[in-house]
Design a protein around this ligand. Structure first.
Ligand SMILES: [Zn+2]
Length: 441
């Protein structure tokens, strides 16, 4: 009999890889933070002596969900400026509040709130794009959360950097040290959008990203207005301009990609570009519906993101994958366009692939980190159970997430955050609300 740290015994296990498989009565073995075995429970109990045995007899164990695009610290701006079109929302709501309030302290507290919310919803990895990325990384490490931390790059002064040169320089510092080999943290460059930089600075960014071998994450083709403004200013659609500058490649995580021509989709597929689809944000800001069934059929990997809490307003991938599946069906005029199993893939392994982390997370496979989420299917709205994937995608709410592990650490235990003081977190959030509201209303 072999020793292991944790033996998790759910009723069902959906490993996501191989695709469409649902295992009944299996156990996942975790040692030193990694999945070391997945086998029938009876055999597991004979073969392994666990330090901790977790029995979840009415639950489905899935890979931890991957939030492929967010702005974590914006939780503190949640609900501050709703019901506005994107440009008005940015210019009159978000940017003035950010100019006044973004600081290391704000990013620390907002990111902590976001991580607590995401862990409670079964998310074990997030891709971030915000100021003070070193604080985002530090907070993720302190809370033992997996993150791809995007360092912002724009050519305007903010409280984090003065100009494009300083953004790039501070960004490359973060990539080098101290996170180059960190098991939980990876990094990327995150220019806000095509209007963030001149051609010259985009070229410098590409060279630096290539040298450091890190991805580039940016909002791209989010709205029809963005494309029209680019055509007016440069005579080129944003994708075309990015392609000419050498940024359309397998390192690009294109966020939103709502409005794409067939030729652009084909080019993305050929280049290996990944798309972070953020359906609720696109609906709330009336940006449009990304036809993801078309993207997937063309061979583009589609991941799912929540975007920031100011434009969503919840960091909940389980509800986001449901929305993604439903919108994909209606936009394709085909109820079979994206299945429940496809949606679960996009929220897990598809996300890990998009972040370049498919070897580390995204499926329940021996050798990967034990990033896992358990969903309670005993509740009324999940009964009766014919099809596990269907129940997970079309009925389960994030409140049904009972347990979460990140790299084997039991972060959510029977519905309770095990290592975060939520009372203290709520107090701090309310303090920020009072400070911010006093200057905006
Ligand atoms: Zn965004």
């Amino acid at each position: 009999m072999r020793h292991c740290d944790t033996l998790i015994a759910p009723r069902w296990c959906v490993p996501v890889e191989p695709s469409g498989v649902v295992l009944d009565g299996h156990a996942v073995i975790v040692t030193d933070g990694k999945i070391t075995d997945l086998l029938p429970l009876e055999k597991a109990l004979k073969n392994y002596q666990p330090s901790v045995l977790i029995e979840r007899p009415e639950h489905a164990l899935i890979p931890g969900l991957v939030n492929a695009h967010t702005h974590a610290a914006m939780t503190l701006l949640r609900g501050l400026a709703d019901d506005l079109p994107l440009q008005t929302w940015l210019r009159e709501g978000v940017w003035p509040a950010e100019k006044r309030w973004v600081s290391a302290e704000m990013v620390r507290d907002g990111t902590e709130l976001a991580i607590a919310e995401m862990l409670s919803a079964g998310i074990t990895c997030f891709s971030d794009q915000y100021f003070f990325p070193e604080i985002v990384a530090e907070t993720a490490v302190d809370l033992d959360m997996r993150a791809m931390v995007g360092t912002p790059v724009v050519d305007i002064p903010t409280s984090w950097a003065h100009d494009a040169e300083e953004y790039l320089s501070k960004g490359s510092d973060l990539v080098h040290d101290p996170y180059a080999e960190h098991p939980l943290i990876s990094t990327c460059f995150a220019p806000h959008s095509i209007s963030a930089l001149s051609d010259e600075w985009f070229t410098k960014l590409r060279v630096m990203a290539d040298q450091l071998d890190v991805p580039v994450q940016m909002h791209l083709h989010e709205t029809a207005q963005e494309i029209a403004a680019s055509l007016e200013k440069t005579g080129k659609r944003p994708c075309e301009r990015m392609d000419e500058l050498g940024l359309v490649n397998a390192s690009l995580l294109a966020v939103h990609a709502v409005h794409m021509t067939d030729a652009e989709v084909a080019r993305f597929a050929e280049a290996g570009v990944n798309i972070a689809h953020c359906p609720r944000s696109n609906l709330k800001l009336a940006s449009g519906i990304a036809p993801i069934a078309r993207y997937r059929a063309a061979g583009v990997n589609v991941a799912i993101g929540t975007d920031g809490a100011a434009s969503n307003n919840v960091l909940d991938i389980l509800s986001e994958i449901r929305l993604a599946a439903l919108l994909a069906k209606v936009s394709a005029d085909d109820a079979a366009a994206v299945s429940a199993s496809d949606a679960l893939y996009m929220g897990t392994l598809g996300g890990a692939r998009a972040l370049g982390l498919a070897d580390a997370t995204g499926s329940i496979v021996a050798g990967k980190w034990a990033d896992l989420a358990c969903v309670d299917l005993s509740v009324l709205n999940s009964q009766p159970i014919y099809d596990i994937s269907s129940q997970l995608v079309y009925t389960a709410g994030s409140g049904q997430v009972s347990d979460v592990w990140v790299a084997g650490k039991h972060q959510l235990d029977n519905g309770k955050l095990a290592h975060i003081n939520t009372d203290e977190l709520l107090d701090r959030s309310n303090e920020w609300r009072d400070r911010i509201a006093a200057t905006t209303h």
